[in-house]
Design a binder for this molecule. Structure first.
Ligand code: IVH
Length: 676
């Protein structure tokens, strides 16, 4: 009896998988939506009656109910490399020359030219035909596990097609590709977000990457994510060429971009790049260039990679898209630091997937230099993720109404006096309580790269500041005490306030580096915040440090250290930090709180040249994980890390019997410590 039901369930699953493939991968559905829903309902019913027969690869198991608390680290078996960029035919010819220099003369070299999809890259691992894990690229070595979210994407098979005939070849494979959103879907999503007062995504790429990191897979499932796979890695099977790999990927049921061109030589590659660039505007999704890959996998292996990019592939970046429009007016915007920057209010124009009505003008000097005037016809440009900018003015079309803009004489928002620091081009509003600065600071604090408070976007912040609920960002954490009042605000309501309050509580888990970045200290970007957090491990230690201590850190310059000292000598700021502490935000690195690693309490000596780190970086990493570095080897040394051309210290270590490790082992130890 149960055997029969098992078969029935399995047959239904196979049928649904087949229809998913036809619909989502091939875009050639062969049944109506109603018929499809009927099959799915039938399967759901049978599984509900026989829960013991539910398997993770069943089409009913795409959307999980549990929230993802942490995105666990995943070390990529083979690093996820990035590509060097080229911008001209000349640079492509140069790439070809380097490739030919690396390959024996007699061999022919073919290339594959693919579109460079502008999304978020993922790596999928299939074991015995089933999707096991999905991970983001991360820093290329370690990514984050996003399996639960990736499973919701219907064009990604949970079970490979044709696996029975291929099983022995592909027991354990890794496939990589780009998750993206169609431009039209992205715009629809942003419209909905605007309606709900949520922060808008800047472009389809950010919205895909942001979606993949949502904690609730049910929300991910509703977002229109899609994927193109472009890479197949198998350690068991000898793969021949990139072009054939794309065929194999298709046979396994993956979605592969159809605009791929096999080329016999670099001249054909250049043609192919031009052809793809000319197709750009007719595509439903954003691309930012083409990728050129040596076709033969043997040749790829001969060429290998240098630093973080392969020698066998390169990106050819398409030109930034441009459009003409009119500059209606120049207005002045006040940012969170008080900097007053000019903004071009444009006649709305459609460019590269979105309608543009504003562009940044950077500063008054730039307006002068480019001689930009109100009423001018201008060329605007949008490349990748940057805010649109004005490239030039069409002077021949300048009319008598064109008008020069004057720099402001007082703050355009609060009318306070303004000043211009000597070494800078920008003017500043001197009133730190200026509502534009307040809003800007809070917006930065809540933003995705900082405290990442989902739902607390520009519109809501403006409202809360105007209604007097927020004047400093620490007050975000008091909003929960005002719930009764907040739910009464028109167009907010109970559900959205509860979601917001939950997101606010959730943000308390953000690590110290993100909190430090969120404080909005001038010049402390996310990279600097990470370095400072890794070095000082707690805000108390950072606050104790002198300007000199801070600028000793690798890549932290004097403007950052000066700015930190200034920030922490302001009583108002100290009060805010104290309140954030009381609210339970992480003002200390977790590592410092409770970590034991292979480095804890151990003494290291570095000798020779390391390939992946400068000496300062290596010392910093050792110290972050609780170890210390000394300059000479003694019997108290625990490890000598020997790089290339190691000299007398290595000989001494051998004589004393001190443990010697190479750079690879050091990297492995770091990775293990990182995972803890
Ligand atoms: S190949 C070693 N192919 O571009 C090869 N990448 O900077 C590296 N991308 O992180 C990847 N479309 O996210 C490859 N057809 C394509 C691609 C592609 C988009 C992205 C990918 C990668 C970045 C390379």
């Amino acid at each position: 009896m149960s055997g029969k039901i098992e078969r029935e369930i399995e047959n239904l699953r196979e049928l649904i998988r087949e229809h998913d493939h036809k619909y989502y991968v091939l875009a050639e559905p062969s049944i109506s939506d109603e018929e499809y829903d009927k099959l799915l309902k039938q399967l759901e019913k049978l599984e509900a009656e026989n829960p013991q027969l539910i398997t993770p690869d069943s089409p009913t198991q795409r959307v999980g109910k549990d929230l993802t608390k942490n995105f666990n680290p995943v070390t990529h078996k083979i690093p996820m490399l990035s590509l060097a960029n080229t911008y001209s035919e000349y640079e492509l010819l140069d790439f070809d020359r380097r490739v030919r220099e690396g390959i024996p003369k007699a061999q022919k070299i073919e290339y594959v030219v693919e579109l460079k999809i502008d999304g978020a890259s993922v790596s999928l691992n299939y074991v015995n035909g089933l999707l096991k894990t999905a991970a983001t690229r991360g820093d290329g070595t370690v990514g984050e596990e996003i399996t639960v979210n990736v499973k919701t994407i219907k064009s990604i098979p949970l079970k490979l097609k044709n696996i029975n005939s291929l099983k022995d070849r592909f027991k354990d494979i890794e496939v990589r590709g780009e998750i993206y959103m169609n431009i039209a879907d992205f715009e629809k999503l942003n419209k909905e977000r605007e309606k709900n007062g949520e922060k808008l995504f800047a472009n389809p790429r950010n919205s895909s990457a942001g979606t993949l990191k949502l904690q609730d897979p049910r929300i991910v499932a509703k977002r229109p994510l899609n994927i193109f796979l472009y890479s197949l890695i198998s350690t068991e099977d000898k793969l021949e060429s990139q072009f054939k790999n794309l065929e194999i990927l298709k046979n396994l049921g993956f979605r592969v971009n159809p605009e791929t061109i096999l080329c016999k030589n670099i001249e054909e590659v250049i043609e192919a790049c031009k052809k793809l660039e000319s197709k750009r505007d007719s595509l439903e999704y954003e691309v930012d260039g083409a990728v050129i890959k040596v076709n033969s996998i043997d040749q790829q292996n001969i060429l290998g990679s240098i630093a973080k990019s392969p020698r066998w592939a390169v990106a050819y970046k398409f030109k930034a898209k441009q459009a003409f429009t009119y500059l209606n007016k120049i207005t002045w915007q006040v940012g969170r630091t008080g900097a007053i920057t000019p903004v071009a209010e444009l006649e709305p124009v459609f460019l590269a997937g979105s309608t543009i009505s504003r562009a940044t003008l950077h500063n008054y000097d730039e307006i002068k230099r480019k001689d930009i005037r109100e009423g001018d016809k201008v060329v605007i440009e949008k490349g990748g993720d940057v805010i649109p900018k004005i490239v030039s003015v069409i002077l021949s079309e300048r009319g008598p109404k064109s008008k020069e803009a004057k720099p402001p004489t007082k703050c355009p928002v609060c009318n306070s006096p303004i000043f211009k620091p000597e070494e800078e081009v920008a003017y500043y509003c001197e009133n730190s309580e200026c509502s534009a600065q307040i809003k800007g600071r809070i917006e930065h604090f809540a933003s995705r790269g900082a405290m990442d408070i989902e739902g607390l976007g520009e519109a809501l912040i403006n409202l809360f500041v105007e209604l007097g609920y927020l004047t400093t960002y620490d007050q975000i954490y008091d909003l929960k005490n005002k719930r009764a009042e907040l739910i009464k605000i028109e167009r907010l309501g109970e559900k959205s306030i509860d979601n917001l309050l939950e997101a606010i509580e959730e943000s308390k888990k953000q690590p110290f580096a993100k909190v430090l970045f969120a404080l909005g200290i001038r010049y402390v970007g996310s990279g600097a915040a990470k370095k400072l957090a890794d070095h000082f491990m707690s805000i108390d230690e950072l606050m104790k440090a002198s300007e000199e201590d801070i600028s000793k850190i690798h890549e932290i310059g004097p403007s950052i250290s000066k700015s930190l000292i200034k920030f922490f000598s302001d009583k108002h700021n100290l009060k805010i930090v104290q309140r954030l502490k009381e609210h339970g935000l992480n003002l200390m690195s977790v590592k410092k709180q409770n970590m034991q690693t292979q480095f804890t309490g151990k003494t290291f000596v570095l000798t020779g040249t390391l390939l992946n780190f400068s000496r300062e970086e290596a010392e910093e990493k050792i110290s972050n994980f609780g170890g210390k570095t000394t300059s000479s080897v003694s019997k108290n040394t625990d490890y000598v890390i020997a790089g290339e051309n190691a000299g007398s210290k290595l000989t001494k270590a051998q004589a004393l019997g001190v443990k010697i490790i190479n750079e690879n082992t050091f990297v492995k130890m770091l990775e293990e410590a990182e995972i803890k």
